[in-house]
Design a protein around this ligand. Structure first.
Ligand SMILES: N[C@@H](CCC(=O)N[C@@H](CS)C(=O)NCC(=O)O)C(=O)O
Length: 266
């Protein structure tokens, strides 16, 4: 089994937490979308959406995060011979609710224009370079270029950013209410709904928005502290986000883009 992912991608974190929690071994491939690695022909041919994560088991390839997580669950159940836990509807309901929030707009709106434009321009150049290498994939690459321009337009529309913020607030308010009654997000056991929800909190931390979104919700704050003790959290998140490590990946990425831009090596 292979997972194509990146430590900073929220959806990748969801899948990796599920894999760790279920104790499933896999081969890990890092694909950094900020350096345009997701546009490389071999990856792009397998996955023309260029999005991560992608999970591969033999010839079976799964692209949607929620589908990957449900597949992992079925795999774990069949490996361990256990029957599914009760309360599964609540778990699915929460998984879908969390899946409904896309972090893209909120994230981009908190990156200074200067850096955002620099990275976006670099990615567009990478797409054009890969398109020249593989003209047979041109229409798919064109679609990614269109996406990139559309995202820039959306960023200028304050309503889109506000919509994303409102959706996040609703999700966190619902979580706060739920956590008044249960220890975890879909009951008193840690479930796949939690593996999906924790990365949302991690993204808020990464954007330095804890004060605004987390600390004002006491139940969510306590829950976040609790899940940080889990081994899956330490492996998937802690390893990359504790102290100076948080800055290392970002710095490495920016250096890569700077050097490639200087030498026009896309
Ligand atoms: N396939 C995912 C979406 C994943 C997604 O949006 N991934 C982001 C990173 S978290 C990505 O790969 N962005 C790069 C791009 O769009 O080119 C799903 O539908 O659940």
């Amino acid at each position: 089994m292979q997972l194509y992912h990146h430590p900073y991608s929220m959806d990748s974190q969801k899948v990796r937490l599920a894999l760790e929690e279920r104790g499933i071994d896999y081969t890990s491939y890092h694909v950094n979308p900020l350096t345009g690695k997701n546009m490389e022909v071999s990856f792009f041919r397998m996955n023309p959406s260029a999005k991560i994560p992608v999970f591969k088991n033999g010839s079976h390839i799964i692209y949607r995060t929620i589908d990957i997580i449900q597949y992992i669950d079925r795999l774990a159940v069949s490996l361990s011979g256990e029957v599914n836990v009760p309360g599964v509807e609540k778990v699915i309901e929460w998984m879908q609710k969390v899946d409904g929030w896309n972090p893209k707009m909120l994230t981009l709106s908190h990156i200074p224009d200067k850096y955002r434009n620099f990275v976006s321009k670099f990615i567009r150049r990478v797409i054009i370079a890969r398109m020249a290498e593989s003209p047979e994939l041109a229409s798919n690459y064109h679609e990614k270029l269109r996406d990139a321009y559309e995202t820039e337009d959306k960023m200028r529309d304050l309503d889109t950013v506000q919509e994303s913020e409102e959706k996040l607030i609703k999700l966190l308010d619902d979580a706060e209410m739920q956590l008044e009654e249960t220890i975890y997000i879909a009951g008193d056991e840690f479930t796949l709904a939690d593996t999906m929800f924790v990365p949302v909190l991690v993204r808020i931390t990464l954007l330095n928005l804890e004060e605004e979104y987390i600390n004002c919700r006491p139940k969510v704050t306590a829950y976040y502290q609790l899940v940080k003790h889990r081994n899956s959290y330490k492996v998937v998140i802690g390893k990359y986000f504790s102290g100076w490590r948080k800055h290392r990946t970002i710095l490495k990425t920016l250096c890569f883009i700077c050097i490639r831009s200087i030498f026009r090596a896309y």
